[in-house]
Design a protein around this ligand. Structure first.
Ligand code: CP
Ligand code: NVA
Length: 310
């Protein structure tokens, strides 16, 4: 490892930042979003380059990082497994050593968390997790900003997670621990959250429910995700059966708080994990959530490259 490399700030999981750093980031996100909406030029990252490495498909992550970096005056390099040596068995450590000598920041979407950690350990520049099997921190960053925009602080609130104990669920659990809210979780048997995988030792912020309707009772936010995440496609038929009762429907929303929000990181499958009437209904904020990926990640990139502004 290059001397001093351990001092680099990476964003590999939600718990890599503290509550007061999140408060700062949410504030910067609001400012950056307002400037963007007012067509005010803001280019603090001129001459900076972001490498984006995708080993899995993406629409939102790709567009939000790429558009965000250009808007801030920087540029991007887009790499996939298929069109780089990452798919031809060049060690991840060597890829990190090479790529991080040429760019200022790296975003990676890959499979195992250990892979992004190996990259970060050998990178001269900050690395951002754009989704792994275990975590999706940029999504929860945007989701919580979206909650704050609509309803104010999330501290003390109840978030209901209905569905798979996956990367999104693990990241919500880390966020609950750091930001002081309660996570109600309901998953089918065999798909539970594992606190060790989630990397959370304080489990007092999570309550587990067998019945998804009970998890939604009194919730300020109800959220879900696809039944089959990327990389698990071989289990699709089995999962369709196991998750049949974990579709967020109007009944579940009716037992939540009357002003409860509905979120989904997207892409969504109407009629599977969510009823069309819910995702396309008045409590859904999924389009704001998607848009806020860009604003929140612009604040994150600014923070990782320039530190605190002002
Ligand atoms: N929510 C999300 O990360 O979307 P993409 O897979 O399209 O990037
Ligand atoms: N859990 C999903 C999220 C997609 C954005 C997946 O990993 O495929």
């Amino acid at each position: 490892m290059t001397p001093g490399m351990s001092l680099i700030k990476h964003y590999l999981q939600f718990k890599d930042l503290r509550a007061e750093e999140y408060a700062y980031l949410f504030d910067r996100t609001r400012i950056i979003k307002t400037r963007f909406k007012n067509y005010e030029k803001y280019t603090p990252l001129v001459d900076r380059t972001l490498a984006m490495i995708f080993e899995k498909a993406s629409t939102r992550t790709r567009v939000s990082f790429e558009a965000g970096m250009y808007q801030m005056g920087g540029s991007v390099v887009h790499l996939t497994t298929g069109d780089s040596h990452l798919g031809r068995a060049e060690p991840i450590e060597d890829s990190a050593r090479v790529i991080s000598r040429m760019v200022d920041l790296v975003m990676i979407r890959t499979y195992e968390q250990t892979k992004i950690e190996a990259f970060a350990a050998n990178s001269r520049v900050p690395v951002i997790n754009g989704l792994t099997n275990e975590y999706h921190p940029c999504q929860i960053l945007a989701d919580i900003f979206t909650y704050i925009e609509h309803r104010g602080s999330i501290a003390g609130k109840v978030v209901a997670w209905v569905g798979d104990g996956n990367n999104m669920a693990n990241t919500w659990l880390q966020a609950a621990d750091i930001l002081g809210f309660t996570l109600h979780v309901s998953t089918p048997t065999g798909y539970e959250i594992d606190a060790r995988v989630a990397g959370v030792t304080n489990t007092s912020c999570v309550k587990v429910f067998k019945n998804p309707l009970d998890a939604c009772r009194g919730a300020h936010l109800v959220t879900t995700d696809v039944w089959t995440s990327m990389g698990f496609e071989a289990e699709n038929a089995e999962r369709l059966k196991a998750f049949a009762d974990w579709c967020v429907d109007r009944e579940m929303m009716s037992v939540a708080q009357t002003d409860a929000l509905f979120m989904h990181c997207l892409p969504a499958h109407r009629g599977e994990e969510v009823e069309a009437e819910v995702i396309d209904g008045p409590q859904s904020v999924v389009w704001d959530e998607a848009e806020n990926r860009m604003h929140a990640q612009k604040a994150l990139m600014e923070f990782l490259l320039l530190g605190r502004i002002g």
